[in-house]
Design a protein around this ligand. Sequence first.
Ligand SMILES: Cc1cc2nc3c(=O)[nH]c(=O)nc-3n(C[C@H](O)[C@H](O)[C@H](O)COP(=O)(O)OP(=O)(O)OC[C@H]3O[C@@H](n4cnc5c(N)ncnc54)[C@H](O)[C@@H]3O)c2cc1C
Length: 174
Amino acid sequence: MDELIEDGGRRLVVGDRAGGEVDILGIGFGSSNLSLAIAIEEFNDRHPAGRRLTARFVDVRRQFGWHDGMLLPGATMQISFLKDLVSLRTPTSPFTFLNYLQEQGRLSDFINLKTFFPTRREFHGYLSWASLLSNVAVRAADILRAITDEQPASQPDHHANQQRLPAAIRTDPR
Ligand SMILES: Cc1cc2nc3c(=O)[nH]c(=O)nc-3n(C[C@H](O)[C@H](O)[C@H](O)COP(=O)(O)OP(=O)(O)OC[C@H]3O[C@@H](n4cnc5c(N)ncnc54)[C@H](O)[C@@H]3O)c2cc1C
């Protein structure tokens, strides 16, 4: 059992605090939270130490995977590569699909395919690459078991409670 958050209501500076307090705790580190992690990194790059966010992600998997049991040969994405992890927010980000292609030496080859829809295998490669490029803390092989509200019963203002989001979570090793 591992209590990661003791009081999420406090504004933290860079680095974890005693008890593992963080501003943002992501359950699962799939493509959605990977995109969130990159957004947090970009936010922190633009803000001084006292205004940066701390974050941690927990995933039951030992390494990143995007439905990797379904990477059938020739299967393509259902969405344009432009809807990658970052392009709609920060098209100049190093985390774009185009930058991935460039780093793999695949940019010209992909352009010559004349498609907006990469294969799922190529997109899986992109997401895995981005997960390794990200500096965010991920606790691999931990499974979330429970989230409990730690708010003391004496607090009468329900809306204030919702804004503070106090919580404790319980994870177990896989
Ligand atoms: C075969 C297939 C093809 C798809 N193709 C497309 C597509 O082309 N375009 C598109 O937009 N969408 C597609 N999707 C939809 C897909 O669900 C999303 O693209 C995307 O994977 C959702 O991201 P996610 O991070 O929310 O969930 P996931 O990618 O499923 O990630 C969830 C993560 O949470 C972890 N986790 C779950 N429970 C716990 C727990 N209790 N404790 C710790 N960790 C936990 C899992 O290990 C996993 O890593 C496809 C889905 C499938 C199955």
